[in-house]
Design a protein around this ligand. Structure first.
Ligand SMILES: [Zn+2]
Length: 107
């Protein structure tokens, strides 16, 4: 009877240890995932700061320039379309004749 009780206690103890091991390993994998997301977040913040800087340059140059980005093609100079298996095509922008920029309209 004493042996049976002891065996039962050891069994429960083992169960508890296993549970703790699972908790610990999931804690570590969560921690690792969290760290990766934090790193990614930092990376994106840096990229965003850089993008903001370029946007500022762009706005400065745009205001000092006598040309502006073509409003029809957004500076691309044309339009490209993809229609899946039938292939795709492209067309030069008629507004800027493919240049992507047009003379600024002084108002
Ligand atoms: Zn255009």
């Amino acid at each position: 009877m004493e042996y049976k009780e002891a065996k039962e206690i050891v069994g429960k103890f083992k169960e508890a240890i296993t549970k703790l091991e699972w908790d610990a390993s999931s804690y570590y994998s969560n921690k690792e995932r969290c760290q990766k997301l934090e790193d990614k977040n930092k990376e994106l913040k840096t990229e965003l700061d850089e993008a903001k800087r370029f946007k500022r340059y762009f706005n400065l140059l745009a205001s000092a320039s006598n040309v502006e980005i073509c409003p029809q093609c957004d500076g691309a100079g044309g339009f490209i379309w993809d229609i899946g298996e039938q292939g795709g095509g492209g067309e030069e922008c008629g507004f800027c004749a493919g240049a992507g920029i047009v003379d600024k309209v002084v108002s």
